[in-house]
Design a protein around this ligand. Structure first.
Ligand code: PLP
Length: 386
């Protein structure tokens, strides 16, 4: 089976985990601190601007909490968003307001976001579809003008940039994922950054029982009396990264540049191989100054054949998927929005296999299978009236 997503783990990662074993401490410690520092370095921000948490979904929940959005408030997000982002808003009692997206990029235009803002809007949560930054810089400017917090869900865009600035630090708060389907993996984990280091500190407390002061681990040596006492500022939970995860993440971060280079070559191989295929659209070119992480490679076709094409590819050993099902259609959010461009895109889009371990032969197999499936299913349409 050719996988749609797949991590690349090797002896280097295993050796890093072995070192953690040798140190006999699997919890949050030196390696997690090193991972946070390395991540901050990549983003080009100070060490006090990032904190690791248990997952990106957890980071989204914390980010939503930091905005103070609650009952009576609205948070705008593109309907093509990760379900955890919608949940993070709704769980705090705020109303998720979904906006439309571009048919081809599946990212919202600044006008789509603007149209969804109201006096009640507390925050906007934006992802960068497939690693394409989209109009994040323009949306950040709009949010700044209106006094609205911009949260960037940068789970797709660990290496994406706009005019040299990393996605995730263009808005006010950014979050990342290291789960197994992402580019940098750690066996789960997440990262949060905020423009304001005080918010980062608060995020760290929210991820660890709301503890204000605790001298249990590293400070035990300095604090010689009653290091078991603590104070809490909120009734919070525990959702942190540990040194086993961080050891893996650190190695992966070192390999990221190579991963993205390979992904870019695969995307370009798909582009070339599919350029002449009638009825199939490939991702639009990146605008000047934009860099992608190439997290997703998506094609678009007649909605009447999309599901059957996915089925045919699966039968041929090629696993595809669609990310991210439109949230305004999820009943639990209670949205009555009509977002025709997103609905059209959601019905026409299919994500092809894209990961750095994919060989040129795998890409060619996928292309051949796609060409055949599209031809076969398109022929099946003739005679139908629509
Ligand atoms: C994977 C993903 C997440 C969630 O990450 P977890 O670490 O699994 O919680 C959030 N947003 C987007 C866009 C994602 O792709």
């Amino acid at each position: 089976m050719i996988n749609v997503f797949q991590p690349t783990l090797a002896d280097e990662e295993l050796a890093a985990v072995a070192e953690v074993f040798a140190g006999n401490w699997t919890g949050k410690g030196r390696r997690t601190a090193d991972f946070e520092a390395a991540f901050a370095g990549r983003l080009g921000v100070g060490r006090d601007r990032v904190v690791s948490v248990g997952s990106c979904t957890e980071a989204l929940f914390i980010a939503a909490q930091l905005t103070g959005a609650g009952p009576g408030d609205e948070v705008v997000l593109p309907t093509i968003s990760f379900v955890g982002a919608g949940n993070a808003v709704a769980a705090h009692g705020a109303r998720p307001v979904f906006c439309d997206v571009d048919r081809r990029t599946l990212n919202p235009a600044v006008d789509d976001v603007a149209a969804a803002l109201s006096r009640r809007t507390k925050a906007v949560i934006l992802l960068h579809y497939g690693g394409y930054p989209g109009e994040v810089a323009e949306i950040a400017a709009l949010c700044r003008d209106r006094g609205i917090v911009l949260i960037e869900d940068a789970a797709c865009s660990v290496a994406s940039r706009v005019d040299g600035r990393a996605c995730g630090v263009i808005g006010d708060i950014g979050v990342w994922s290291f789960d197994s389907t992402k580019i940098v993996v750690a066996g789960d984990g997440g990262m949060l950054t905020a423009r304001d280091p005080e918010l980062v500190e608060r995020a760290g407390r929210l991820a660890y029982f709301g503890l204000e002061q605790f001298s249990g681990f590293s400070q035990a040596k300095e604090n010689t009396t009653r290091w078991w006492d603590f104070q809490i500022s909120s009734f919070s939970r525990r959702s942190i990264m540990n040194d086993v995860q961080s050891a893996i993440g650190l190695v992966q971060l070192g390999r990221l540049e190579g991963f993205v280079e390979r992904r870019a070559r695969i995307a370009s191989r798909y582009d070339d191989a599919l350029a002449d295929l009638d009825g199939v659209l490939t991702p639009p070119p990146l605008p000047e100054g934009h860099e992608s992480s190439y997290y997703l490679y998506w094609v678009q076709m007649d909605e009447r054949i999309r599901d059957d094409v996915a089925h045919d590819l699966y039968e041929r050993g090629v696993y595809t998927t669609f990310r991210y099902a439109a949230l305004h259609r999820v009943a639990a959010y209670g949205s009555d929005a009509r977002l025709p461009r997103a609905e059209e895109a959601a019905a026409r889009t299919l994500c092809l296999p894209l990961h750095q371990a994919l060989g040129d032969d795998d890409v060619d197999t996928t292309v051949t299978a796609l060409r055949e499936a599209v031809a076969r299913r398109t022929a099946g349409l003739s005679g139908t009236t629509r």
